[in-house]
Design a protein around this ligand. Structure first.
Ligand code: NJP
Length: 243
């Protein structure tokens, strides 16, 4: 593609697969996450194509670090064409169990992390009158189930923030996309500590085959590689047998 893309949450799952997809097509890819060992390993695996792969340790909850990530990318590659705001957490729990620390984390990473990303790239993109911001929302940003109230709240929030942003930049060549996956096989469920949720998940297990991260990477790639006059506002991708 020849574009320069920043991917947050690149150390596993959807972010990792998207990084591989874009590197394979010759994009310059900047991998951002907290676990540097994972990023090093991924860079070694996907570097060597027409573009370059760079890594930057970034905690998206830190406005300073996200700002530094943008500055690093401009220094390395001259510009930011695409930001994929993908880092996220999903420690599902029932409200009655008041896991307030987990609520805080979800608000910090899933909402504030996305806002930090927007703030770091939007002035640059508007100045160049070119750019694309994508954010991973979720089907949980459309519907609520027991245990997902706060997670869904964060995903509704970022979906609406992206919609509002899209309206504000409609006159420019800056594009916005929400990516809303259904169930995808990643490490996302590993942060769940609520015993009732874990029990119910085990009970339900096997009734649905989740997607692979590559399926979502493909949706991101599609949205980014449309002609300038095509604005893909949201893509919802579910496993065929997810209700
Ligand atoms: O999960 P996982 P996914 N600062 O756990 C990073 C959404 N989604 O790929 O910092 C920076 O493999 C973490 O990196 P590290 C979901 O809500 C998923 O499934 O090194 N990065 C890791 O790379 C999320 O928004 C499904 O720990 C931080 C990444 O986030 C996105 O997809 C369904 C961070 C998480 O990778 C990617 O999640 C759906 C921080 N403070 C939506 N905290 C699904 N899998 O079923 C975490 O609808 N990360």
């Amino acid at each position: 593609t020849g574009k320069t893309i920043i991917i947050t949450g690149a150390s596993s799952g959807i972010g990792e697969a998207t990084a591989a997809r874009f590197a394979n097509e010759g994009a310059n890819v900047v991998l951002a996450a907290r676990r540097m060992d994972r990023l090093e390993e991924l860079k070694n695996r996907i570097d060597g194509g027409a573009g370059s792969v760079a890594i930057k340790k970034t905690d998206v909850t830190s406005r300073e670090q996200v700002q530094e990530l943008a500055e690093f990318t401009i220094k390395e590659f001259g510009q930011i064409d695409v930001l994929f705001n993908n880092a996220g957490l999903m420690p599902l729990s029932l409200m009655k169990n008041t896991k307030v620390d987990e609520w805080d984390k979800m608000v910090d990473v899933n909402i504030k992390g996305v806002l930090n990303g927007l703030a770091a790239v939007l002035p640059h993109m508007l100045e160049r009158n070119s750019g694309h911001i994508l954010t991973t929302s979720s089907v949980a940003g459309h519907e609520i189930n027991p245990g997902s109230a706060v997670y869904s709240g964060t995903k509704f929030a970022v979906r609406i923030i992206m919609e509002g942003l899209g309206k504000e930049v409609a006159e420019s060549n800056v594009r916005t996309t929400s990516i809303s996956p259904g169930a995808v096989q990643t490490e996302l469920t590993e942060t769940i500590t609520d015993e009732e949720i874990l029990f119910n998940m085990k009970k339900r297990g096997g009734s649905m085959t989740p997607l692979n991260s590559d399926d979502i990477a493909e949706a991101v790639f599609y949205a980014v590689n449309q002609p300038e006059n095509v604005d893909v506002n949201e893509i919802i991708v579910r496993p065929a047998n997810q209700g």
